[in-house]
Design a protein around this ligand. Structure first.
Ligand SMILES: C[S@@+](CC[C@H](N)C(=O)[O-])C[C@H]1O[C@@H](n2cnc3c(N)ncnc32)[C@H](O)[C@@H]1O
Length: 493
């Protein structure tokens, strides 16, 4: 069982072997395994480089004792250690490898455990740097260790190769670029963390070269440990992290500001009341028919429906009791007595909504509602799914579709403009930009911020009119006003 306080997942020897075999073939003279546990990496390195001087650092004495079979182990906390100064190497300086698997734990998890196993944050410039990058004090301990290693080994050529969360590797690249650390190249190979560590995170084998050459803050990414060739390059461009540098090079002229405002779907935190199934009319989850005024019922599609294109039939309804979050829902007593009774009969679920956003608001209020909610045509995309799929959605029997809050949308009054927006968003240009900016291992890879960066105007100007017209017509057969709609995007300033 891993020990939480120490972020303790020992690397299986078979995995350590596979990872070490991807390293550049060099005659390592010095090898350090920080936080070495039982010393699996020291052991594997010894199989091929028995001459290399091997040093480990480990805080738990039993582990340190076990690891000492494979080299010299210092029983200490890495946080109390200056790696450049405090290790007394006996070998002459030469190719140096830092290798291992730092603890998998965040600073705030340690706070919960009331653990002292973390850096003295307030006093370290490094930790403040991490705060500045991550924007929170919930940084990963591994991230801190990476930056400590990169800073303390910056004065000599060193290869640092460690397992870490993919998110940590990205933050390390960004930090290195911002601090001008002497990184000359890196690579990132995905590891199946579920298989090897039974951990539900995206992890990788991240290898960074430190040295005097030309700085390079990009990493070749390989889909698996064994892959012979990289598929993409991630890295820092103009001070920002980019998920696919080559796609970004092709599409950066479309990275700007969307001329239209993206919106999030509706948030209500009371699906048992606000969401109804279509089954010969709207019904609750328990199957009871619900009779409320039609004007407040809208066809509902969830992000998975949008992703899977299950948009042909209405299978759910959403009750939308407001046309703006600020509306007073008490007025429904007069304007919609049946809805008012339904909401009051089911008030318990609505009254117990925990999020503070509902405090000091109308009793039955919802969020993500405004004039755009009632626009008849929409482009929708799921924020949760790992492949970007834009959909054009029109009204159902005259009623506009509404979406859950994991969906993003652009609202339109007319089908031609919506169809052209669809054509622009599904163009190769937009596709490249989304691929460049979205990190598919994030929980919500597509965000409003990302969508807002797609400059539809620039795409409309650069893309061949015929192909836009063709794709727009495939989304909606309204030939007459398509050209006007294309000009609407081209001319918008
Ligand atoms: C993810 S395990 C990896 C162990 C080993 N490197 C391997 O790959 O099998 C992390 C190790 O870091 C050790 N550790 C945690 N905090 C430490 C600290 N402050 N200083 C040194 N070692 C620490 C834990 O005891 C644990 O053995």
């Amino acid at each position: 069982m891993p020990n939480n306080e120490f972020g303790d997942f020992q690397t299986p020897i078979e995995l350590a072997r596979a990872l070490v075999s991807t390293l550049p073939r060099r005659q390592w003279t010095r090898v350090l395994e920080p936080t070495c546990g039982v010393g699996n990496f020291m052991s594997v390195i010894g199989e091929h480089h028995s001459d290399a001087e091997r040093v480990g650092i480990e805080v738990q004495p039993e582990y340190a004792a076990a690891a000492s079979t494979f080299g010299r182990v210092i029983t200490a906390s890495i946080f109390d250690f200056d790696l450049a100064r405090d290790i007394e190497w006996t070998s002459a300086p030469g190719p140096t490898l830092v290798v291992g698997n730092p603890p998998w734990v965040t600073n705030s998890q340690l706070s919960v455990l009331d653990s002292a196993n973390r850096p003295a944050r307030v006093n370290t410039a490094n930790a403040r740097g991490i705060d500045a990058i991550t924007g929170s004090s919930n940084f990963d301990i591994a991230e801190y260790i990476w930056i400590k290693l990169l800073t303390e080994f910056a004065d000599r050529p060193t290869t640092i190769a460690m397992i870490c969360k993919t998110q940590v590797a990205r933050n390390v690249l960004l930090h290195s670029a911002r601090r001008n650390l002497p990184v000359t190249g890196s690579s990132l190979r995905s590891i199946d963390a579920k298989k090897w560590f039974d951990a539900g995170v995206d992890a990788c084998w991240f290898v960074v070269e430190l040295g005097p050459g030309m700085p390079d803050y990009t990493a070749q990414t390989y889909p698996t440990i064994e892959s012979p060739h990289p598929t993409t390059r991630i890295g820092v461009v103009d001070g920002q992290l980019v998920a696919d540098i080559d796609a970004y090079e092709r599409s950066k002229q479309f990275d700007g500001v969307s001329p239209l405002m993206w919106r999030q779907g509706i948030k209500h935190d009371a699906s048992s009341v606000m969401e109804l199934a279509e089954n010969g009319g709207p019904r609750t989850k328990l199957g009871n028919a619900v009779d409320v005024e039609q004007d407040f019922l809208f066809p509902l599609f969830k992000c998975t429906d949008v992703y899977r294109d299950k948009l042909n039939d209405v299978s759910r309804w959403m009750i939308v009791p407001q046309s703006h979050t600020g509306d007073d829902t008490a007025q429904l007593a007069n304007s919609a007595p049946k809805l008012w009774k339904y909401l009051n009969d089911n008030a318990a679920a609505l009254d117990s909504r925990k999020s503070s956003i509902y405090r000091n608001r109308a009793r039955f209020c919802i969020f993500g509602v405004g004039p755009y909610t009632f626009s008849p045509y929409k482009i929708a995309i799921s924020g949760f799914h790992k492949i970007p799929r834009f959909r054009m959605v029109g009204p159902y029997d005259g009623k506009p579709a509404v979406f859950d809050d994991a969906t993003y949308l652009l609202p339109f009054e007319d089908p031609a403009t919506c169809a052209v927006a669809y054509a622009l968003l599904t163009s190769e240009e937009a596709n490249d930009l989304v691929a460049a900016l979205a990190f598919w291992d994030s929980k919500r890879p597509v965000t409003k911020k990302l969508l807002q960066r797609i400059d539809l105007r620039a795409i409309a100007r650069e893309t061949d009119r015929e192909s836009v017209r063709h794709r727009a017509l495939s989304a909606h057969p309204i030939a007459d006003s398509i050209d006007q709609a294309i000009d609407f995007f081209r001319d918008r300033t």
